[in-house]
Ligand binder design. Sequence first.
Ligand SMILES: Cc1cc2nc3c(=O)[nH]c(=O)nc-3n(C[C@H](O)[C@H](O)[C@H](O)COP(=O)(O)O)c2cc1C
Ligand SMILES: [Mn+2]
Length: 488
Amino acid sequence: MARDFQSFVKQLDSMGELKRVSVDVNPYLEAGAIADRVSKQPGGGPALLFERVQGSEMPVAMNVYGSARRMVLALGVDQDPCGLDSIGDRIDHFLQEAMPKPGTGFLDKLAKLPMLAGVSGWMPRTVRKGICQEIIWKGDDVRLSKLPVLTTWPEDGGPFITMGMSHVRYKDGRRNMGLYRLQVFDDRTLGFHTQLHHDGARARTGYAPGEHMPVAVAFGGDPALLYAASAPLPPFISEVFFTGFLRDEGVELVKCVTNDLEVPANSELVIEGWVDPGERRQEGPFGDHTGYYSLADDYPVLHVEAITMRRNPIFPATIVGRPPQEDACLGLATERIFLPLVRMSLPEVVDMHLPPGGAFHNLAVLAIKKEYPGQAQKVMHAVWGLGQMMFTKAIVVVDADIDPHDMNEVLFRVTSNVDPRRDMLFTEGPLDVLDHASDRFAFGSKVGIDATRKSEPFDGYQREWPRDLVFPDHVLAKITQRWHEYGF
Ligand SMILES: Cc1cc2nc3c(=O)[nH]c(=O)nc-3n(C[C@H](O)[C@H](O)[C@H](O)COP(=O)(O)O)c2cc1C
Ligand SMILES: [Mn+2]
């Protein structure tokens, strides 16, 4: 199992999952346009390794996470028949075990120890040396312009680093790691695009204006780290710890050369620096995963003190834009991994889908087992109160026997089962900062659509609800058996 980025790239290569591009490619728009086209191929296309990017010595890897197959490989669950779902099941199992149950005796507790004991094994471990510090640029040697940073869309405010995992620490010592874009302003300064609602912004609030909050942006390392950096984990769960859980082995960390933060020892490259919470600079516009340019706005500035790297690093990058693209696969992983957590609060939810066309937050489809009046509405309100799902603009609720992943089926039920005035619930609340439709920044209206079948006891529906069209099983079995006889 690949535990660092270059081994992962090699593994993908040997499996025919990687396309090497050996001709010269321009980091300005050309690489982005290629990755956009490839990532929109059926199945997500291959991962890309641009071996010769104009203006830099370093090759650039793109679309590495851009297929469901590579996503399960990155998380090390490719051997598992349920792949991503098996991670959700493991979380569920762990939480069940961790929960104290009434009447459990000493022996029961002992029996559960192995799983709980896993926790210490998932903690990160500090090591003295890491390949990510084989080469160190400090002082005048720090030059961001030597990195192959792409400009992906024509009206972008400049080149943007897109696959850097930013490590920070809260004032109380907790670690946080998040995937935030970084606009290159000049050789030593970057935009630090930590959005309002994310932990990356929350961590900064503990530092006073004028103070330096240390930041370390790491690239590569264990391929599972990048997923963890994008996952909507609550602030009390460290993404590095979560990666240890995913891998069932703690991540090895090494101390930075200019501050006290620790970064994954086998990273490809690390940018070390600091942010002064009192400083802001205009960042953007940027062609974003909403499928539009997100508007320029004032964001913190990251001052770079050092760049460290392994010998011959590969620089990871992505392009975000009109879905589907590479990030749809990160979204898919989150949908599968977090479903059991949603079900802990909402046991009636049997399945959930966040379609890529809804760009993560715009649409969630939930299939529920209805047992009492108002249940679809309860589920909607709960989802609007659940972590990063609070951003969801439209929630569609269907019955348990409807496949929420089959968008044709979902549309069929939404249009046929819904009486718009009765079944649409409007409310308002927080929106993703990238939403442009609302009149107000980060706040706006939401709609819940109850597309379940209606009945007297649950919905006060007095008429007779028509039955679905289905053939009896014996007829279906018969035609399947005789299919060739009919001449097909
Ligand atoms: C490709 C990609 C780019 C992203 N860029 C940003 C960004 O620039 N700023 C941001 O706040 N979140 C961005 N995100 C989303 C965050 O990484 C994600 O919400 C994460 O859960 C935030 O973690 P945190 O709450 O620990 O800060 C991006 C996600 C992806 C997949
Ligand atoms: Mn976090």
